[in-house]
Structure formats: structure tokens, C-alpha cells
Design a protein around this ligand. Structure first.
Ligand code: GDP
Length: 451
């Protein structure tokens, strides 16, 4: 997501480099490139026009700031303008002053509504809430079954209800919704997530049903779930839903795919409603609150350190990391067993590629995002397989790993003796490096330990 746009924008900025001041002329060329990049990313035409105008107004005649080069000034302006069209601040989630908070999920079939209902429930659970899920899709038994499976996988409460053979229609939908709310209150749940029926295209019956649900439930949130891969179609249907229902926000799903980013960059501007969350995969935890500034930072190649840190805080075992740092920096150094533990920890953060893409492509990490595409994810697997093939004794004392042992390890792990040799060499070097740092005054040690 955003990879191509990001590359093209960086090219436009690069061409500005070396210019003394920003003039109508040199900015003109850069703006043309930015315009093409945005249009190719499928950003709504109106949005592109307005964006380019704003950037031009701000950039031309800009006083040359001493602290920033002209390129940096333009990057900063583009940065601020992109953040502005995405809605500047992270949108807040509305909770009812008196529970239960009701969340109505709207969207077309296949947009990811049911999956997102589950993700939202998991997100609420993490925040200390007790959500209840209900599906009022009385037309498709499979949809209700799917939500049941989703709820089971995250151990969330589900109101199943009894259709009692009633004809599928608005009355049954309302009865289920009413019962679910009552059940949520009775079972001490503070939030109710209502997964509604989707259709393949916009239709009046569906809208009417949503309007009736809105009237009945007075929800705090009406979230429109849109598939980012469908680009401007997602923007148009969000707009149509907003006109009938007054949405409170949008969830953009499938942001992990190769969507060009147009929907993300247009939806707020066209509908006036903020993107509140994004879906980044099929699993229940592939879900994040949407932060405009972080996304723009990613688009402009400046990485997204904040999200990476949050992910690390959530997924990594802090105690283990601290123990590793202490061991690694001490005179004895860390064992191959500790090394394997650390590798496992890092892998919990996601693929190496996705981690590298969150690092800034400037400063010490220059070029790292480009390298990400060449990373061989299997390398991790091979290294772990090699270490797994060692005995515990070998893992705790690499010096005993003789030639014949290396042969056995290579055979056991399905690798070659060269690969085993290489891993051992890298390990020894790394150990030495850490020890040197550790002996060098302990400053880094303290900072690694967060003291
Ligand atoms: P619904 O018909 O709107 O309820 O859509 P579903 O929840 O059944 O989702 C449709 C498909 O999209 C399923 O295969 C989901 O696993 C998939 N999906 C949903 N959200 C995401 C996402 O953020 N990323 C990816 N890659 N797939 C998703």
C-alpha cells in the first residue's frame, strides 16, 4: 500500500534538490509530478486539484527559511497538506455516557464487515471493554454463522437469538436488534456491535433497513466499512451511505493489499467523515486506529516509528528483552539459545519486510525501505532451523561445535555446512560487538534498558 505513490513523490522531491529558492518554474515541474503520482494512485480528481492548489500557494514566494532547504520546505508543505485532507487529528471513538454504546456496522457485501466487527470487538476487549456482537443479517444464515465463528475465535459475547422461523424482513431485524441490546445490558456488556446485512450494490431496501435500525438503536457510532482495494467505488458508496445515514466514521479494510491508496486519501475529503480504523490483514489483530500523521509519514518515506514502537510494546516480552540486553552486554555474552529467543521475539512484530518499511528512509536508515523488497524472509526460518538442530549444550557453548557437529547440524536442519559456518561466524562477531559496547562505559546499556 502506498509504495508506488511514495516512490513517485520522492522522485518529485529529488528533482527539486539543488535549487536555491522555490520559484513558479521549478515548483511547477515538481507539482506536475506530484499531480500525476496522486492521480495514478487513484486519488479523487477534486481532491488532487485542491491539494495541488494549496501546495502551490504555500510554496511559491515562500520565504527561504534558513533551517530548511527548498526541498525540505516543499516536503513539509506536502506533508501538512496531506495531513489536512486526512483530517489532521486521530478521530475519537464515541462512547455512550450510559452503556451500552451501540455501534452500527454498514457496508456492502464482501467489504470486510463481519471480519471488522470481530476486530473491533477484540480492540474493545483490549481496551478493557466487554463487547457483545450480534448479526442482524436475517437473509443469509451463512453470514450469521460467520460472525459466530469470529466471536468464538476472540472469545467475545454473541447474541444469537432465535429466528423462530419468522420471515426474513425488517420486523425480524428489529426484533433481533432490540433483544440483543437487552441481552447486552443484562449480561453486563458495555458495547454492542451490530453487524448488518450487506448487498452487492447500493439498494433502497438496504438503506431503509439501516435507517430503521438507526432510529431504533440511536447508535453512538455508524461505521462504514469500505474495501480500500475498490478505490473510488469505496469513496462513492461511503458518500451515498453518509447522505442517508449520517455516518460517524469509516473503516478502510484490506490496506495490506496492493490498493493504490486513492480511497484512503479521498474518503475524508469527499464524505467529510474521518477514517477511524484500518484493517491490515485477515486476522483479528490486523486492525489499527487510523493516525493521519503516521500514514502521511509512511507515504512520504519517513517511516512510522510510532506505530512500530506501539507494536513492539504490545507484542514483545519486555522482561525477556531486558534480560537479553543485560546478558549480551555482560562479559559472558549471550548464547545461541538467547539469540534464537530474540529472533522469535522479532518475528512476532511481523514480517521483516513490514518492519523495514516502517523505518524512515532518511538518516541512518537511508535505503532500508528499498532493501526490504530484497529481504529473504526464509533466512529467519533457516537460521532458526540451524539453531534448533543443535543440542542444548551446543547452544549454550558454541565453542564445542566441531567440524563433525557442524555436519550433523547442517544435515538435521536441511542446510549446508557453509550456512552453519556463516551463522556461527556472525554470531561470534555479534557477541563480540555487544561485549565491546557493554564494556564501553555502560551508557548504551543504560539506554537499552530504558534507564
Ligand atoms: P462482509 O461480507 O462485508 O461481512 O465481508 P467479510 O468480513 O466476510 O470479508 C470478506 C473477505 O475479506 C474475507 O475473506 C476476509 O478475510 C477478507 N478481509 C476482511 N478484512 C480484511 C483486511 O483488512 N485485509 C485482508 N487482506 N483481507 C480482509
Amino acid at each position: 500500500m502506498f509504495d508506488t505513490l511514495s516512490e513517485k513523490l520522492q522522485r518529485a522531491f529529488k528533482n527539486l534538490r539543488g535549487q536555491g529558492t522555490i520559484t513558479e518554474e521549478n515548483i511547477g515541474e515538481a507539482l506536475r509530478e506530484i499531480r500525476v503520482a496522486l492521480l495514478e494512485a487513484d486519488v479523487n480528481l477534486g481532491v488532487v486539484k485542491e491539494l495541488i492548489e494549496h501546495i502551490r500557494e504555500k510554496a511559491v514566494g515562500q520565504q527561504v527559511m534558513t533551517a530548511l532547504s527548498p526541498t525540505e520546505q516543499v516536503v513539509k508543505i506536502v506533508n501538512d497538506e496531506l495531513i489536512a485532507i486526512l483530517g489532521k487529528d486521530t478521530a475519537r471513538f464515541n462512547f455512550a455516557s450510559r452503556p451500552p454504546t451501540v455501534i452500527l456496522m454498514a457496508g456492502l457485501q464482501g467489504s470486510g464487515k463481519t471480519t471488522t466487527s470481530g476486530k473491533l470487538a477484540a480492540w474493545l476487549q483490549k481496551g478493557g471493554h466487554r463487547p457483545m456482537l450480534v448479526s442482524v443479517d436475517v437473509y443469509r444464515p451463512a453470514a450469521r454463522e460467520q460472525l459466530k465463528i469470529v466471536a468464538g475465535s476472540i472469545k467475545a459475547n454473541l447474541y444469537e437469538g432465535d429466528l423462530k422461523g419468522e420471515n426474513p424482513g425488517p420486523d425480524l431485524v428489529e426484533r433481533l436488534a432490540r433483544e440483543a441490546r437487552r441481552d447486552a445490558v443484562n449480561s453486563g456488556c458495555d458495547t454492542l456491535i451490530v453487524d448488518t446485512a450487506g448487498r452487492l450494490a447500493l439498494d433502497d431496501d438496504l438503506m431503509k433497513e439501516m435507517e430503521r435500525l438507526k432510529k431504533l438503536l440511536a447508535p453512538q457510532e455508524i461505521l462504514f466499512v469500505a474495501d480500500a482495494m475498490t478505490g473510488q467505488d469505496a469513496v462513492n458508496s461511503a458518500d451515498a451511505f453518509h447522505k442517508r445515514l449520517a455516518l460517524t466514521g469509516v473503516v478502510l479494510t484490506k490496506m495490506d493489499g496492493d490498493a493504490r491508496g486513492g480511497a484512503a486519501l479521498s474518503i475524508r475529503h469527499v464524505t467529510g467523515q474521518p477514517i477511524k480504523f484500518i484493517g491490515t490483514g485477515e486476522r483479528p489483530d490486523a486492525f489499527e486506529a487510523f493516525h493521519p500523521d503516521r500514514i502521511v509519514s509512511r507515504i512520504l518515506g519517513m517511516g512510522d516509528i510510532m506505530s512500530l514502537i506501539e507494536r513492539a510494546e504490545e507484542k514483545l516480552d519486555k522482561k525477556k528483552s531486558e534480560e537479553f540486553a543485560k546478558k549480551a552486554l555482560s562479559g559472558d555474552g549471550f548464547s545461541l539459545e538467547d539469540f534464537r529467543d530474540q529472533l522469535r521475539q522479532i518475528r512476532k512484530l511481523g514480517s521483516l519486510q513490514s518492519i523495514m518499511k516502517m523505518l524512515p528512509s532518511i538518516g541512518p536508515f537511508q535505503g532500508i525501505q528499498q532493501m526490504a523488497d530484497q529481504v529473504d524472509e526464509n533466512q529467519f526460518v533457516r537460521v532458526e532451523a540451524i539453531i534448533n538442530s543443535m543440542t542444548k549444550k551446543e547452544r549454550n557453548n558454541h565453542e564445542i561445535i566441531s567440524g563433525s557437529r557442524r555436519k550433523r547440524i547442517a544435515r538435521g536442519s536441511g542446510t549446508s555446512v557453509q550456512e552453519v559456518n556463516q551463522l556461527l561466524k556472525q554470531y561470534v562477531q555479534m557477541r563480540k560487538m555487544f561485549k565491546t559496547v557493554g564494556a564501553g562505559g555502560g551508557k548504551l546499556q543504560r539506554s537499552l534498558m530504558g534507564q
